[in-house]
Unconditional design. Structure first.
Length: 545
């Protein structure tokens, strides 16, 4: 086959095994696919199906020698990547092949500014430095939809929202306009409007440069919009492969049909107008100072939360939606007294705003959170069993070892994880499985109020539906109160009884969720809903067929 007609990437009979203890487990089992020049191939499947492991194998980023390849080859432009030395593969990484990782907080250096991290890539691969590097960095940040990028150059990763960090990762990956871009769940942390921008950006770069794309996702609506070919993975195998339209309209494999049919049931908790208020606030503000000059004087503020009022009653779910950076997560953290804020925060009848850390401890048992980034929220030095049990040790020290173990096992079973895996560590689980661990850690304490910060963003469609059912079941069983933060409006609609829409720190619209979804009043809400339901219409139409 001549070089012009030869696929850019050829994966043949690839297997990946991980050694642990005295044995080994097969994560990828004899898969084959290829990517042509300018083509987009999507790998889809549930969490733990082997999608990310397959992609990481291309750049030899697996933890060797723990990970091995019992069979197969990966050829890029005719070269077998698996046979290359570390020095040889480094010349390809970031230049010929770039990757966008699933979890941006763990992929960005917390000690370097955004400008320094993008500038390093430009310097290493293109020799661009100084003013030219700064101009190119601003251009990249503008392309991925970060507003006023000049003000973000000196920011550190922790100063950005989850969606903004993901955009920075995309900018870094696109900096050198590679021949092949591996995108591992690149829109997971993004709201629907920015998701549409990123997909349009990737399509534009593909058209302009002829870049090929290996797109890993659990969002079938995105696959329908962006991919040419789809490979459906289950238990490490590719169970179905073909052109997107063919696979989506006439799926042959039972697993593919189940994946297309997966959808959270719209059955939100009913409003509870007579129930006691669990948490409320009035004119809540979280302003971060902007300091400049030699003396670091405050010259302004970033108004992350600016005058928010809310009240959540027992047994209800308050949905909080809005674009990335609108203040959703900051609001949740402020209500839990995890960051400083101004304004009363009344929790279960008591204003907890002025309480010191020791005085807050009795309330911590009843207020829990599931964070957006599961890997960053889990200690890499603790086993899963110890992570889930830690809260019990702090808040219920009177439990015996056997009682604590039984509670951990039950919590893991509730979130769909095998309790036998509780001796493993977070890095041994997929992104979706790590999110399940975070949910188990929160619900094991049987709290009254739970802030759910994008809890389904890292999950495949099948487990999204399962998790929504689980959260609904736990809510009804224990009369739980949720603050549900999400950019996935389909999931919000299935859980939320009341809804607030945030933009630039302010609430632009609120009311009963069913009423807002049917008749949004503000222009911003209409644009947000239109982008979401346009995406869902693509996926829903496919599933219906």
């Amino acid at each position: 086959m001549d070089a012009i007609n030869q696929p850019l990437l050829e994966v043949r009979d690839l297997s990946v095994a991980f050694r642990h203890g005295g044995g080994a487990s097969m994560a990828v089992d004899h898969i084959s696919f290829e990517i042509g020049r300018g083509e987009c191939v999507a790998l889809v499947g549930e969490s733990g199906s082997g999608k990310s492991v397959s992609a990481l194998s291309v750049l030899k980023l697996l933890p060797y020698p723990t990970a091995t390849h019992p069979s197969g080859s990966i050829r890029f432009k005719g070269r077998d990547l698996l046979s290359l030395s570390e020095q040889e593969i480094r010349t390809i990484r970031g230049n010929d092949i770039s990757i966008i990782f699933q979890e941006p907080m763990t992929s960005l250096n917390p000690l370097h500014t955004i400008e320094a991290q993008i500038g390093e890539i430009l310097l290493l691969h293109k020799g661009i430095r100084g003013a030219a590097a700064k101009a190119r960095t601003i251009e990249l940040l503008t392309q991925v939809g970060i507003p006023e990028p000049e003000t973000r150059l000196a920011s550190y990763p922790h100063q950005l929202s989850g969606g903004q960090r993901q955009r920075v990762m995309i900018a870094m990956a696109l900096a050198n306009e590679p021949d092949l871009l591996i995108a591992d769940e690149p829109t997971t942390a993004l709201d629907v409007t920015v998701q549409a921008q990123i997909l349009a950006l990737l399509a534009e770069i593909r058209a302009r440069t002829g870049m090929s794309l290996l797109f890993i996702t659990h969002d079938l609506g995105i696959v329908r919009r962006i991919a040419d070919v789809v490979c459906v993975m289950n238990n490490g195998k590719i169970v179905e492969k073909g052109p997107v339209e063919q696979v989506f309209t006439a799926p042959r494999h039972p697993y593919t049909r189940a994946l297309l049919a997966a959808e959270p049931k719209a059955d939100p908790a009913p409003p509870q107008p007579q129930a006691p208020v669990v948490v409320s606030t009035n004119d809540l503000k979280v302003w971060f100072p902007i300091k400049r000059g030699l003396l670091r004087r405050t010259v302004g503020h970033i108004k992350a939360v600016d005058g928010v009022n809310l009240a959540v009653r027992k047994g209800e779910t308050l949905g909080v939606v809005g674009e990335s950076g609108s203040g959703k997560t900051t609001l949740g953290l402020a209500l839990l007294r995890l960051i400083s804020s101004e304004g009363p925060i009344v929790f279960m009848g008591k204003d907890v705003q002025g309480l010191r850390a020791k005085e807050m401890r009795p309330f911590r048992h009843d207020m829990q959170i599931v964070f957006q980034d599961p890997f960053g929220a889990l200690s890499p030095r603790m086993s899963v069993g110890d992570i889930v049990a830690e809260g019990l040790s702090v808040h219920q020290p009177s439990l015996s070892t056997q009682e604590r173990e039984a509670r951990v096992i039950r919590a893991l079973q509730d979130v769909g994880l095998d309790p036998e895996t509780r001796s493993r560590y977070p890095h041994e689980f997929s992104g979706g499985q790590r999110q399940r661990i975070c949910v188990a850690r929160a619900v094991v304490l049987e709290p009254s109020f739970v802030v759910l910060d994008e809890p389904t963003s890292a999950l495949d469609m099948l487990f999204q539906a399962q998790l929504v059912d689980l959260l609904r079941e736990l809510q009804r069983k224990h009369d739980l109160t949720y603050l549900f933060i999400s950019h996935d409006l389909r999931v919000v609609a299935s859980l939320a009884s009341h809804l607030i829409v945030m933009r630039q720190g302010k609430v632009v619209e609120e009311g009963p969720a069913a009423d807002l979804f049917k008749n949004p009043k503000s222009d911003y809400t209409r644009v947000l809903f239109a982008a979401a339901f346009r995406n869902e219409a693509a996926g829903g139409h496919t599933a219906a067929q």
